[in-house]
Ligand binder design. Structure first.
Ligand SMILES: [Zn+2]
Length: 197
C-alpha cells in the first residue's frame, strides 16, 4: 500500500499557529525509546485480551506524563483506543501542555484518534508502524483544517526494528479471519485507486 500523501517517513503540515511559535520542542527526543514504551504498553494490552496498541504522551523536555494501551474490551467501549484512553484520562494536562506534547503510538492512529489528537492540540505524533487498513490517511485531510489553528509534525516508522516488532505483535494477535478481511479490504482499495487515480 502506498499512501498518496503524505509519504511515509516524515511529514510536517503547512499549518502554523502564530500563538505557539515561541514554544521550543526538544528535537533531540529519542523516538525509539518512547516508541519502545508504547510497544511495552501494546504488549500489556495483548496480555489483557485487547488489541496490542499502546501510546505515550511526552512533554517538550522529554518527560513522560502518560502511558497506556487499548482497553476496547476491558472497558467494554469501542472508543477506548490507546490514544483516546490517554486523552480522556489526562484532560487537564492537555490544557496545561496545549500544543506542546508529542504522542507516541505503536500503530498509526485511526481517523478518530488523529482528529481527536488535533483537537487535543498535539504538537507532534510519532508512530512505530503504518496502518494501511485503518490509519488516518485512508480518509482524513489535514490540509482542510483552518491554517491558523493547527501546527503538527508527523513522523512515521522512524525505527525499522520497532516497526517490525509492532507488526509482529499485531499479526500474532489477529485472528485469521481478521487478517484476511484486512488484506482483502486493502487490496480492493488499492485496485480502486489504480483504476481511478
Ligand atoms: Zn484510534
Amino acid at each position: 500500500m502506498v499512501f498518496p500523501n503524505p509519504t511515509p517517513g516524515f511529514y510536517r503540515t503547512s499549518l502554523t499557529n502564530e500563538k505557539y511559535k515561541g514554544v521550543q520542542m526538544d528535537n533531540e527526543l529519542n523516538h525509539s525509546s518512547y516508541l519502545t514504551i508504547a510497544l511495552d504498553e501494546a504488549e500489556a494490552a495483548a496480555r489483557e485480551g485487547d488489541r496490542p496498541i499502546g501510546a505515550v504522551l511526552v512533554t517538550p523536555d522529554g518527560q513522560i506524563i502518560a502511558r497506556g494501551h487499548n482497553r476496547r474490551h476491558t472497558l467494554n467501549s469501542p472508543l477506548q483506543h490507546a490514544e483516546m484512553h490517554l486523552f480522556f484520562t489526562h484532560q487537564e494536562l492537555l490544557n496545561t501542555y496545549e500544543n506542546q506534547l508529542t504522542l507516541y503510538t505503536s500503530l498509526e492512529p485511526c481517523i478518530m484518534c488523529m482528529a481527536t489528537a488535533i483537537t487535543a492540540r498535539m504538537r507532534r505524533i510519532v508512530w512505530a508502524l503504518n496502518d494501511p487498513y485503518m490509519g488516518w490517511r485512508v480518509g482524513l485531510n489535514l490540509e482542510a483544517y483552518p491554517k491558523d489553528k493547527v501546527e503538527i509534525e508527523l513522523i512515521a516508522e522512524p525505527d525499522p526494528d520497532l516497526r517490525d516488532r509492532s507488526r509482529l505483535l499485531l499479526i500474532s494477535n489477529l485472528s485469521e479471519t481478521d487478517k484476511l478481511r484486512a488484506l482483502a479490504h486493502i487490496e480492493a482499495r488499492n485496485q480502486a485507486a489504480t483504476q481511478n487515480p
